[in-house]
Design a protein around this ligand. Structure first.
Ligand code: FE2
Length: 432
């Protein structure tokens, strides 16, 4: 109804079209930096003269979910293409290879897991190839398991595992993290979706929330997850697989227009104790048609990048950090965000969804972060995607529809409308 609503709907579609046309698809193929690592060819060549040490061993002692770790290497046979892979869980050798699914040759011979990221040993250590000594600062986020740092020789194409560090862990690896807000199906409903390591049989998930400075109440949350068998192909189903954890969504109802609410994510464990997140806040949406100012951000194709410089081999999407930081800086002037597809570019490397939700946390925990599905979320051969390509890396839409809530009748079909003050936004993307 009204010109403004039509305008926003058209704007969303035009920007979607520009975003796709502007980038083209040629840069996508093989561009996911983890795809540069030939993990399926990796072999084990442990060298007693090489050592990797990571400190501190225990992270998040003050509730942090993001921290730097110092990684120190000593290698008697250094070469300029040695690299460090960050693995999680820390034990990733053949003894933890999962049962083969799909194309077995994609998983052989020994290392069944891609690292969550990597860096050259000589990054910030120019004389490493001479001395064999290096020290790197690498950033970790809390993502439900411990970490180790593995030194590889042989470059990216013939990786040989030379040494593995001690394990490093967050004090509560299962902690609730990375909340993302989204409109519910009605203007006065807000949904909060987050990730934890607690399945429903271990702890009861809920949101404790209420008007700022007023009485707080608790709303229960649903729990979703999925298995490797839900993935449509490699790498999501093979060496890109990592357990996504448990995805919880709580529906906050009967919100007052424009009111400020605070909230915390909680899990009540079976022994009666609690695991809590940090405290966050958001502003409820205006009543539909209410005379008010709406400041709407619409974009697509953002992706993610590492602040510690890792994954720098193909320098994938460093611009996403600029976009994220600018949005965070302007957050007081933003009411809602529409990310209209091509969200993480994880392309089948599942741990990248944690990295992305961590990167956007300051935004998505504060204003509704409404997503649509792009080709990099959905496309996979023979699965009903609009284009018959492998752009999702085998995710075939499962990650996008589970990690984020959308007020669609069928979450596998990302077509929906949402009311926001003077606007009704129709959210769709023609690519999928
Ligand atoms: Fe794209």
């Amino acid at each position: 109804m009204g010109f403004s609503r039509i305008l926003v709907a058209l704007l969303a579609m035009i920007i979607g079209a520009v975003a796709v046309a502007g980038t083209g698809d040629s840069e996508y193929y093989g561009a996911q930096p983890l795809a540069k690592l030939a993990m399926h060819k990796a072999s084990i060549a442990i060298d007693g003269k090489a050592q990797v040490r990571a400190t501190p061993e225990l992270l998040g002692l003050k509730g942090e979910d993001i921290e730097f770790v110092k990684v120190e290497l000593q290698n008697a046979n250094p070469t300029s293409d040695d690299w460090i892979g960050v693995f999680s869980p820390s034990k990733f050798n053949s003894s933890t290879c999962p049962e083969a699914v799909g194309d077995i040759k994609d998983q052989l011979p020994l290392i069944c897991t891609a690292p969550i990221k990597y860096q050259f040993a000589n990054y910030s250590n120019a004389d490493y190839a001479k001395t064999g000594n290096a020290s790197l600062m690498l950033q970790l986020i809390n993502q439900r398991a411990d970490f180790s740092f593995a030194l590889f020789s042989g470059g990216f194409q013939n990786p040989k595992l030379v040494a593995v560090s001690n394990a490093v862990s967050f004090s509560n690896p299962k902690a609730p993290v990375y909340p993302r807000l989204a409109h519910g199906k009605s203007w006065d409903e807000m949904t909060i979706t987050w990730t934890s390591g607690y399945n429903i049989n271990e702890a009861f998930p809920f949101v404790e929330w209420g008007p700022e400075g007023g009485p707080q109440t608790r709303s229960s949350a649903g729990t979703l997850t999925f298995s490797r068998n839900s993935m449509c192909g490699a790498p999501a189903r093979t060496f890109g697989w990592r357990h996504p954890g448990y995805i919880h969504t709580s529906l906050l109802k009967d919100l007052w227009p424009n009111a400020i609410y605070t909230y915390k994510l909680g899990h009540q464990l079976l022994d009666g104790t609690y695991a809590w997140s940090k405290k966050y806040s958001f502003k409820a949406s205006p009543y539909p048609g209410q005379d008010s100012l709406q400041r709407v951000i619409i974009f697509g194709d953002m992706g993610k990048a590492e602040r510690d410089g890792s994954n720098e081999y193909s320098n994938y999407q460093p611009g996403s950090l600029n976009t994220t930081d600018q949005l965070i800086k302007d957050l007081n002037n933003i009411d809602i965000v529409f990310h209209i597809g091509d969200i993480t570019y994880a392309n089948g490397y599942i741990s990248q969804w944690d990295q992305f939700t961590s990167q956007i946390e300051p935004i998505a925990s504060t204003v509704p972060y409404m997503i649509a599905s792009g080709n990099h979320e959905r496309d996979w051969h023979g699965t009903g995607s609009f284009y018959d390509t492998d752009d999702s890396g085998g995710e075939c839409g499962v990650l996008a529809e589970t990690m984020f809530y959308v007020p669609a009748e069928n979450r596998a079909k990302f077509w929906y409308s949402t009311d926001f003050g003077m606007f009704r936004v129709l959210h769709c993307r023609y690519r999928t």
